[in-house]
Design a protein around this ligand. Structure first.
Ligand SMILES: Cc1ncc(COP(=O)(O)O)c(C=O)c1O
Length: 249
């Protein structure tokens, strides 16, 4: 604590990151790092981009990255927001889209960064208990007043998956409420909600290259949703950011 700290920082309970022992070749599951390396094709593509052009600032719109994501999912690039890891994407989402008079809802056991962002951005929130099998009960969320809802799917650290039909029931049952699905672990055994973004303007899906693509050190994440949601995020992030270091992909 220092006299130079703001009131906000004094009140914050910091996020405690998983321990990072400096032992070579250790598999660290506490931060869910992928024990297998990235694809050699990804490494070669990055090496090919490393040249004296690093003296230049990258494209602030990350256009090539957004186009690559859009191509992969067969969606419009205007539906993609890019950030330095999904943690930064989440930060912009909390500030631009999840701050309302009614509380933001999320499970009582979930990614521990969510309450930290609420503290940082002064967002009112309420936690919803998981059931006895650590599952998310959609009916509990349908029954409550919510400014917005954020769910990790599969949830972390429980790993329980919510089927797409249940996510759709939530989206259809709360059309006025933004539902954010954090799909950091979806490739390990679940069906992505990305296709639902084409039908539900109240859905934002967030993904990362850190886990299944084994590129945590790259800090690359993105959000997919209706262009109006992406515009809110763009407005908010342009105010705050330098261009993304990796956006020259
Ligand atoms: C559920 C969940 N969301 C998001 C993240 C953030 O990942 P990154 O910032 O590396 O994209 C993590 C990291 O552990 C996570 O567990």
């Amino acid at each position: 604590m220092s006299v130079y700290w703001s009131d906000l920082v004094r009140r914050l309970t910091p996020y405690v990151p998983g321990e990072q022992p400096k032992i070579a070749n250790l598999v660290k599951l506490n931060t869910n790092e992928n024990p297998y390396g990235p694809s050699p094709k990804a490494l070669a593509a990055m090496a090919a981009e490393t040249s004296e052009t690093l003296r230049l600032y990258p494209d602030p719109n990350s256009d090539r990255f957004k186009q690559a994501v859009a191509r992969f999912f067969a969606i419009d690039p205007a539906s993609v927001f890019a950030g330095n890891g999904s943690d930064e994407v989440l930060a912009h989402t909390f500030l631009a889209l999840l701050k309302h008079d009614k509380p933001l809802l999320f499970p009582d056991i979930t990614y521990s960064f969510y309450p930290v962002y609420c503290g940082l951005y002064d967002i009112v929130y309420a936690t919803v208990p998981l059931d006895a099998e650590f599952g998310i009960r959609v009916d509990d969320y349908l029954a409550q007043e919510a400014g917005a809802i954020i769910l990790a799917n599969p949830n972390a650290p429980t790993s329980r998956l919510l089927p797409l039909t249940e996510i759709e029931r939530l989206l259809a049952g709360k059309p006025e409420t933004l539902i954010v699905i954090d799909e950091a672990y979806i490739d390990f055994g679940g069906e992505s909600a990305v296709p639902l973004t084409q039908r539900y303007p109240n859905l934002l899906v967030i993904q990362t290259l850190s886990k299944s693509r084994s590129l945590a050190g790259l800090r690359a994440g993105y959000a997919i949703g209706h262009p109006a949601l992406i515009e809110a995020r763009d407005r908010q992030s342009r105010k705050a950011d330098r261009p993304h270091a990796w956006s020259g992909f």
